[in-house]
Design a protein around this ligand. Structure first.
Ligand code: SR1
Ligand code: MG
Length: 423
């Protein structure tokens, strides 16, 4: 392909345009005339092709110069592909085996050729179908702890951290999307907002008039924009995870940026809580998804407990970066000092994580980018009843996060909300 001029691929043009690509030929077969190509992108931004040949298959992911969900009226730079590539290479080192293998990257064409994960499915789809995946809680907890600890000032030397911070600082437009879509738009009449109407109108009014909530949302936005403590995935929801019963893989880190350790964890847990409240919109008869609901709450507890335990393990074994040097604690025969600091750091992550989870639940129901958990509930009354419960829990998490001490307490509230019959 022409190295300079960006050209968007199509299923028809791909074999001719990439027919001489060595990585693709090696993976799927030498003869492009025998390749079959299917465009499968169902995300908000990019083209995704499955290319199959005599030898196998690969994914070709290409960024478009605009937001696919909205169209050409919302331009978006191609460089997000560069950040996705660099985030994937770092995650592959920090938690081996958890992200797809990259075969080829072309910056000018904003194109990544990567491993085709099969028979994996998107975790969000599996949860909508009521599937209970046994490994995801532990795998995702480990992934979050390893990538977030190892990408932070706790593990990195100052030169490496600053260089990486500078590299990812240019992911401006995608951070701008999150700053607006997650932390501000849901709380006023932003042009692209939508919600289930008229059913949610009263609660939407209430949330937009909620001063405490708006202040908390802005404090969280402040953390997002100013607390550059680690390389975050940036969009870690259940649509960014692919699963089988035995394997978990994390995809799509194009929103990668240096931000709070708590951000990815909060986003992820929010998506399990939303799945929890959406289950009654998918069950054939009342109560038939009780087991699934319990599984989701158990799983999010496993994510958090695994994250916390692995973070503590890395704190004790890999804390060689800028912060909380061993020379102040362990090396001076004061390991308890390091433990005291660990407790404070984890507590701060916990309180921030709850807030990020709260606003993520709001924006997926009130903003531009909704999620399939709720969107696939066809009956609007039923959908609104599920969404209302998630909005209430989101408000509680965002506003009361400094006074919530355990996931057990949140579980009790979620179960109580679930039992409420009316919207
Ligand atoms: C305009 S982009 C909307 C959303 O899609 C991505 O997956 C991110 O979650 C973003 O907020
Ligand atoms: Mg994505």
């Amino acid at each position: 392909m022409d190295k300079q001029m960006f050209e968007a691929l199509s299923a028809e043009t791909l074999p001719a345009k990439l027919g001489r690509n060595a990585a693709l030929k090696k993976t799927i077969g030498e003869d492009p005339a025998r390749w079959s190509v299917k465009e499968v992108g169902d995300g908000n931004l990019n083209l995704v092709f499955i290319v199959t040949g005599d030898k196998g298959a690969a994914i070709v992911k290409q960024a478009l110069p605009y937001v696919r969900l909205v169209g050409e009226s919302w331009p978006l730079p191609l460089k997000r592909s560069f950040f996705e590539y660099h985030a994937l290479t770092r995650q592959a080192v920090r938690d081996p085996g958890m992200v797809p293998e990259i075969f080829f990257f072309d910056e000018a064409q904003a194109l990544i050729v990567m491993e085709f994960l099969t028979p994996h499915v998107i975790l969000r789809r599996a949860l909508i179908d009521g599937r209970q995946l046994p490994k995801i809680g532990r795998d995702l907890g480990l992934f979050a702890a390893r990538t977030l600890f190892r990408g932070s000032d706790l593990a990195m030397a100052t030169r490496d951290k600053k260089a990486d911070l500078a590299l990812f600082a240019d992911n401006i437009e995608l951070c701008d999307i999150t700053e607006n879509l997650v932390f501000s738009d849901p709380y006023f009449e932003a042009a692209l907002n939508r919600h289930t109407t008229p059913q949610l109108d009263p609660i939407v009014q209430e949330l937009r008039a909620d001063r405490d909530l708006k202040v908390e949302a802005q404090r969280l936005k402040h953390l997002f924009s100013a607390k550059a403590e680690t390389l975050c995935h940036g969009d870690l929801h259940t649509g960014s995870v692919m699963v089988t019963d035995d394997e978990t893989r994390v995809i799509d880190p194009e929103f990668a940026f240096y931000g709070p350790i708590s951000f990815d964890v909060g986003m992820l847990l929010a998506n399990f809580w939303m799945s929890y409240f959406s289950q009654s919109g998918h069950e054939r008869e009342a109560g038939s998804r009780d087991g699934m609901r319990a599984y989701l709450l158990d799983t999010l507890e496993t994510v958090w407990e695994t994250f916390r335990a692995e973070f503590a393990n890395l704190w004790r074994t890999e804390r060689k970066g800028i912060l909380y040097q061993a020379s102040l604690f362990e090396d001076r025969n004061d390991p308890l000092g390091a433990e005291q600091a660990l407790e404070i750091v984890i507590d701060e992550i916990w309180r921030e994580m709850l807030g990020f989870a709260g606003v993520e639940m709001h924006r997926r129901i009130l903003g531009l980018a909704h999620n399939a958990d709720f969107e696939t509930i066809v009956d609007p009354d039923r959908r609104a009843a599920c969404e209302t419960k998630a909005l209430k829990l989101g408000r509680h998490l965002a506003v009361n996060r400094h006074h919530i001490h355990s996931l057990k307490d949140i579980r009790a509230l979620a179960e109580r909300l679930q039992k409420e019959t009316s919207a």
